[in-house]
Design a protein. Sequence first.
Length: 427
Amino acid sequence: MPVFVLTLFRGFMLLSGLVTSIPSPAQYSMSEVKSPSSKVRPVGQDVADLLKGTARFNYQAIPSCRPIDSGGVALDDIFKALPLSDYSVKDGTTLLVKNMPPVESQGGLPICHGYSAAAIVQQYLCEVDNWDCQHLSQERKIAPIGMATYSKLSDAKKKINDFEGYEGVVLAGSGALNLINGAVFIGMTYSNICYPYEKVVAENSNDTRVLDDKFEKLKSSYKDAHRDPQSACIDCLADELQRDFDKKVAANDLKAAVAQDTFEKFLYSTLLYGCDEVVEIVPKPVVHVFPSATGGAAYKRVRQDEVQPSQRLSSYGPTIEKIRGVLATGRPVQVDGICVDGKPNACKSGHSVVIAGYREMCSSSGKGCREALLIHNSWGEDWQEKHDGGWVDAYTLLETTGYASGTLSWLTDPLPTSGWDRVKFEN
């Protein structure tokens, strides 16, 4: 059963004189959101190919997103805090983004790209509509699990700006693609009413390994039921969803979910399908991506094979300068492709975070000064508190990305343009 949700192109209506002003961002029932089908733009084959995978933006094809040491590399060596016993903040160097949403935990669900993109879009909406991002209602709060659907079209026949094309909770995704597809082309995403996953995380004491085990068990149950639907115990699967994930799914809906050909689509069908509560992303912002091999060329004309996934397109100096510049405007920056197994050119475990602050730290023992970044991580408040509130050494963190295409992405205020003209590739 399709979800009949189409995007309301307010910019089109404003420019065409159908409305005289743009209302403030609000929540809409999906049944209320309409779109003139004549304005839907088809996707070029190169972009459609890109949306089937995430290598062009985040070369970690299987991001772990989890706060579990892997590959013999300690995570504290990557998210390295400067010792306050030796380093102090240099006066006049601190940049902090205001009105950030609270730090949350992804638990055992590897969708850090959904959490980072949700935080970026949430802060944008809070600023343009004067919301208090620290105290949002469930209606206004963006569901990170919903943002995680925008990394890949589930149906290659769908158009990039067709909400119905994103029907899978993508577990190997790109925060940059989430922003491009969700904020620019769709213009709305699920509100937290649809599935307040943070309650499940809290019920499991934010224990990543416990939740990871539960998701793996659910995946196994889905595969067994999908392989032999006639013998599948639907009631057993329903009990598992209710017990482990606080989600009640009717038997007929669960049978339809089991018929889905991937676990990502199964998660979507059980956790999000049927919910008609969305947060509209209006006015639609501009998405910036850095670094880029195209230097601002139209994205739809970029062939996927023009950039090798691990190709180093920038370096620390230009990257940290770009971050400082964006933070100075009051907007956070998303970082994709953090290699948590210490092998940027052949990474198997990646991560995405949001940068919400910058400062210089100078040593009292003659070691000089270093730059530090305040990261908004999806590993929960406990992790933040144990890591100097989220302040980490900038160079150590950024070097793990390899500076591949789309390492950084952020939003700026809307322009009187549409479609791909709202996606800016920078070098």
